[in-house]
Design a protein around this ligand. Structure first.
Ligand code: HEM
Length: 588
């Protein structure tokens, strides 16, 4: 129906265009202006009729089964003005209190379903995975040509093949081979933190990016301004705002795609073109490096090298599909950073658009601006690491208890290792509470349905966007008393044993789309937590000392789909001379 709507709209514009050109044949300017004005008004009417027809058609299909309850909004446009733009997870949690665990709403004919319990999320995403594992069909994604990118990819054979490659490289038995890399990069992180603690953010970004690039391509990221990291960061940072709800009119009016790029308001076309080009570069440049290394025998061990070798052994080295799958899988492992929506960035986005449309490739000047001003490397694991530092600064008691446990196991003669984990209940509780207290992707990545469905007497139409509100699930006061308080003790038994909470998995999504990097993220996080606790003291900056009971969650974290700590001031100093020796002793 959506495709049908778009093609009718297109034909309609063409028809109007020719009608007006016939009446005003002589001058090109007067012919185009009325065409655009009339088309816009007429088109809105036509669109309204089409949305109404679609509603009627889909209602007929589901006669007898209502939509799940929820705010309905206005006729035709639905709840378009009620879709929350700011911290939507909080608003959706309020809706759940009013309407229940399964809420639905619509915006411009798009059905949106929000799940607010583990049961509903598992019932749909896991037990009915074949229907609930698609992704959104936002028109802008086609312009961006990001379908190679596994998290955005539709539920297709291409996604299945790339996902399989990632799963093989990221399953628990495979990730043990990356341990040496993790240890070396964590060692480099400790040394960098000792030298320039004020650059915490940059060090975290570099840590995350360098681990992933090393295991994926065998490529050694030396500094924060690395060219490969930059390409992905720019791509995601500039492109992601286009896919946020309500941020790009083209997603609601795909007909705009047929208007020329020079018209006011059509900047999204140039921006999408720029991000598309960055995507091509992000996918091909590091992969070429590995391919060349394989030819001349210098390729360092890496996930990409192993998959390319395997392809060669199977006699498929020149197979376009095999190479395409490896390129997609590898480039999907470093996800970049979709955060950044400040005014400064908006100005830079405009610059990007102007520059791109004029020259069709970014000018050096623009690239420099992007590199220096939009520089917030790292992504999901990095956001949790930043949260860890925020916790240490704000909750000194937690830091003290965690350090006592780590010191008891290592006797301060070494950094704790993976094998110590079973004997560190407080550390496990601290990590689990980190993931609960602030869910860095509060709404996960939305899934979409492939066909009509009926669930608990409610109708969920084909093409619905289905969101699990992980934040609300992990802040349910009936399950987690005083949910906004950071309290690792909630995960300890009376005799101090660690209690695992299976609901924490909601952080990593569900079903066939569940995060394939979750085991790797967990092992990286553990190493960082124990290494930092062994060597550094983190304190809140003197001028911002505040009672921990006064801390408001919304002041601490950004309002973005990937919600990470706001900038915060803290002091990070080596604990003592023993800590300095430990830092000097680690190999980096
Ligand atoms: C704490 C760190 C992380 C968190 C909280 C996280 C969370 C998520 C979430 C919520 C999703 C969407 C799942 C869904 O659609 O149901 C996802 C997808 C994904 N994650 Fe992660 N992730 C983390 C780290 C990583 C790492 C380190 C990697 C790679 C090495 C990775 C690779 C991916 C990929 C490729 C997908 C797309 C899966 C698909 O669509 O099939 N993630 N992640």
């Amino acid at each position: 129906m959506r495709r049908w709507t778009r093609s009718i709209g297109y034909l309609y514009v063409l028809r109007c265009g020719s009608r007006h050109s016939e009446s005003l044949p002589t001058s090109p300017m007067p012919t185009t202006m009325p065409v655009i004005l009339l088309t816009a008004v007429d088109f809105l009417l036509l669109l309204a009729c089409l949305v109404a027809l679609r509603d009627i058609a889909s209602r007929r299909r589901r006669i007898g089964f209502p939509h799940p309850p929820g705010p309905r909004g206005l006729p035709l446009i639905g709840n378009v003005f009620g879709i929350p733009k700011s911290r939507p997870w909080l608003v959706y949690a309020q809706w759940a209190k009013k309407y229940g665990d399964i809420v639905s709403t619509t915006a411009m004919g798009q059905n949106i379903v929000i799940l607010t319990s583990l049961k509903t999320a598992r019932d749909l995403f896991e037990k009915r995975a074949a229907n609930y594992s698609d992704r959104s069909t936002l028109p802008i994604l086609k312009l961006l040509e990001w379908d190679w990118n596994v998290p955005f990819s539709r539920y297709s054979d291409r996604w299945r093949r790339a996902r399989k490659i990632i799963e093989r490289s990221m399953r628990p038995s495979a990730i043990t081979q990356y341990r040496a890399t993790q240890l070396a990069k964590v060692g480099a992180f400790l040394k960098a933190l000792r030298s320039t603690p004020q650059d915490l953010r940059e060090h975290i970004g570099l840590l995350q990016g360098s681990i992933i690039m090393s295991i994926t391509y065998g490529y050694d990221v030396k500094d924060y301004d690395d060219k490969f990291l930059k390409v992905v960061d720019d791509m995601v940072r500039l492109g992601a705002p286009l896919i946020l709800p309500g941020s790009c009119l083209y997603n609601d009016l795909p007909i705009l795609g047929y208007l020329p790029a020079w018209l006011p308001g059509m900047g999204f076309k140039a921006l999408a073109g720029y991000c598309r080009a960055l995507g091509v570069e992000a996918r091909s440049a590091p992969m070429q490096l590995v391919q060349e290394g394989l030819k001349n025998g210098t390729a360092a061990p890496s996930v990409t090298r192993e998959h390319l070798r395997e392809l060669e052994e199977n006699g498929e080295a020149d197979g376009a599909q095999g190479l395409d799958d490896i390129a997609s899988a590898s480039a999907s492992l470093y996800p970049g950073d979709p955060y950044h929506r400040s005014l400064l960035n908006t100005a830079l986005l405009m610059l990007a658009v102007c520059s791109w449309s004029r020259h069709r490739k970014p000018s050096n000047h623009l690239r420099l601006l992007l590199v220096h001003r939009l520089n917030l490397n790292g992504a999901k694991t990095a956001a949790v690491i930043a949260t860890f530092f925020l916790v240490l600064a704000n909750f000194p008691d937690v830091q003290r208890k965690a350090q006592a446990e780590v010191d008891a196991i290592s006797r301060r003669q070494r950094l704790p290792d993976r094998d110590d984990r079973l004997n560190l209940p407080y550390i496990n509780a601290l990590i689990q509470e980190l993931l609960r207290w602030h869910t860095i992707i509060p709404l996960g990545i939305p899934h979409a349905t492939l066909k009509d469905d009926i669930y608990e007497g409610y109708s969920i139409p084909k093409g619905s966007i289905v969101i699990a509100n992980a934040w609300a699930i992990l802040h349910d006061p009936d399950v987690y008393p005083d949910p906004d308080t950071y309290n690792p003790e909630r995960y300890l038994t009376e005799d101090g044993q660690f209690k695992e909470d299976l609901a924490i998995a909601a952080n990593f999504g569900f079903g066939k789309r569940v995060c394939p990097g979750r085991h790797f993220a967990d092992s990286t996080l553990y190493l960082i937590v124990v290494s930092v606790l062994s060597t550094f003291s983190v304190r809140k900056a003197q001028d911002s000392v505040q009672d921990s009971s006064e801390i408001r969650m919304t002041d601490l974290f950004t309002d973005a789909p990937l919600s990470r700590p706001e900038r915060f001031a803290c002091s990070i100093t080596p604990r003592d001379d023993i800590a300095l020796d430990l830092i000097s002793g680690v190999s980096a």
